[in-house]
Design a protein around this ligand. Structure first.
Ligand SMILES: NC(=O)c1ccc[n+]([C@@H]2O[C@H](COP(=O)([O-])OP(=O)(O)OC[C@H]3O[C@@H](n4cnc5c(N)ncnc54)[C@H](O)[C@@H]3O)[C@@H](O)[C@H]2O)c1
Ligand SMILES: O=C(O)C(=O)C[C@@H](O)[C@H](O)[C@H](O)COP(=O)(O)O
Ligand SMILES: [Zn+2]
Length: 375
């Protein structure tokens, strides 16, 4: 299989490439060495990835004469926190990293977001390279430079835009992922079809089983097409002044659910996005913007992949609509106290809707299964 190279270039940042293919990590030093100014690398990974994949990566750099230092953090969303950030930056200080050093974020989206943010603020900015090891991180979080930690009131509330210098998506590392995590990545993959590429959605409808089974050609196409779409949008609007918000389809609803359950294994990000996308289609259909048949088809495709599509699919449902609305008020797309949502006219036709009526969202949430606290 050949390696696909996708350029990411925009006005406000240094261009970089996303490499997608098999066996990339077997030549990690070859890909990464051109970016190293000091003869050392600092790797951040988590406690699940380390025993599975860290050894060969460290050994390669050591054999090539580089000093390798590694920090292994706890796995899971809870690590995208002030404590997680403190742990990482303390390790940078202890290692004496300087502005010529490069950090490797070796893990899923949690590691990429946390490492990227630590690199954005340490010494006011040092370089990092993304080596995403989950489907979700390969198709989405490793590309585009959004880095952050969570706040109890809202997802990714403390963060920075900080682009990586290179992204290495080695499809081979995905084979050790649990099925639930592959499905989470699929949620962000189908998001691209739903927001702006009907042909990709059609292809996914026909090939979801092959993608979820990580069949080589299917997963390669799914990752490459997703990255291509993200790169195209980020190139036009790195700081989310307009079009980039489309990548947030399902996230205003989904992030509120994640915050409400307290950011943990009960509801993973991809699952929250899956429910959120279904809600965006149902809300758009209920308010007359999208044909019911389109909404049904979109939601059926998400459900067919084994993803949740309703709040009642979450174990500790029901949710209080007022509490969800408080979280939505902390969404980064909100403006002057008004809510912004990504809504749809149909499959592949998402748009940004500003000043969405709060009461209509409240009523929708109740119809969609949220329950008033005193009811
Ligand atoms: N920055 C962005 O643009 C962006 C985009 C989408 C999502 N995100 C963020 O990404 C995070 C979710 O990322 P995620 O789904 O990758 O979660 P994650 O980083 O928690 O990884 C999921 C799980 O898989 C394990 N894992 C990782 N690689 C593995 C492998 N190869 N084999 C076996 N296990 C492995 C991890 O240890 C973890 O338990 C969320 O915090 C979300 O907000 C950010
Ligand atoms: O890259 C983007 O832009 C996205 O919105 C991608 C999302 O999948 C991702 O979850 C992102 O972290 C959400 O950003 P936020 O600004 O809503 O926190
Ligand atoms: Zn997301």
């Amino acid at each position: 299989m050949t390696t696909t190279r996708i350029p990411v270039a925009g006005e406000g940042f240094k261009p970089y490439e996303v490499l997608v293919g098999q066996g990339l990590l077997q030549n990690a030093v070859g890909h990464i060495a051109p970016f190293l100014k000091n003869r050392r690398v600092f790797i951040i990974t988590d406690a699940n990835v380390a025993p599975l994949h860290l050894g060969p990566l460290e050994a390669q750099f050591t054999a090539a004469g580089f000093t390798v230092e590694t920090l292994v953090v706890e796995a899971g969303e809870q690590t995208k926190s002030w404590e997680g950030l403190q742990q990482v930056t303390d390790a940078f200080v202890a290692a004496g990293l300087d502005r010529k050093d490069i950090v490797l974020a070796f893990g899923g989206g949690v590691i990429g977001d946390l490492t990227g943010f630590a690199c954005a603020v340490y010494m006011r900015g040092i370089d990092f390279i993304q080596i995403p090891t989950t489907v979700l991180a390969q198709v989405d979080s490793s590309v585009g430079g959004k880095t952050a930690i969570d706040h109890p009131q809202g997802k990714n509330l403390i963060g920075a835009f900080h682009q990586p210098r290179l992204v290495l998506c080695d499809l081979d590392v995905l084979t050790t992922l649990p099925a639930r995590q592959i499905r989470c990545g699929y949620a962000e993959i189908i998001k691209y079809g739903l927001l702006g590429d009907h042909a990709f959605f059609d292809w996914l409808e026909a090939n979801d089983a092959a993608v979820l089974a990580l069949e080589p050609e299917a997963i390669r196409h799914a990752v490459a097409r997703s990255v291509e779409m993200k790169a195209e949008i980020v190139a036009q609007d790195e700081r989310e002044g307009g079009k980039r918000a489309l990548l947030n389809l399902g996230h205003t609803f989904g992030h509120a659910l994640e915050a409400e359950v307290g950011f943990g294994d009960l509801l993973l990000h991809g699952e929250a996005v899956a429910i959120g996308m279904a809600q965006a289609f149902r809300y758009s259909s209920a308010t007359g913007g999208c044909a019911a048949s389109e909404a049904e088809r979109a939601i059926a495709a998400v459900r067919h992949a084994g993803l949740p599509t309703a709040m009642s699919d979450i174990r500790n449902a029901p949710f209080d609509p007022d509490k969800l609305l408080v979280h939505m008020g902390h969404d980064k797309k909100a403006e002057g106290g008004t809510l912004t949502f990504v809504l749809v006219e149909g499959i592949g036709k998402a748009f940004v809707a500003k000043r969405v009526d709060r009461q209509s969202v409240h009523d929708f949430l109740v119809r969609d299964g949220a329950q008033l606290q005193d009811a």
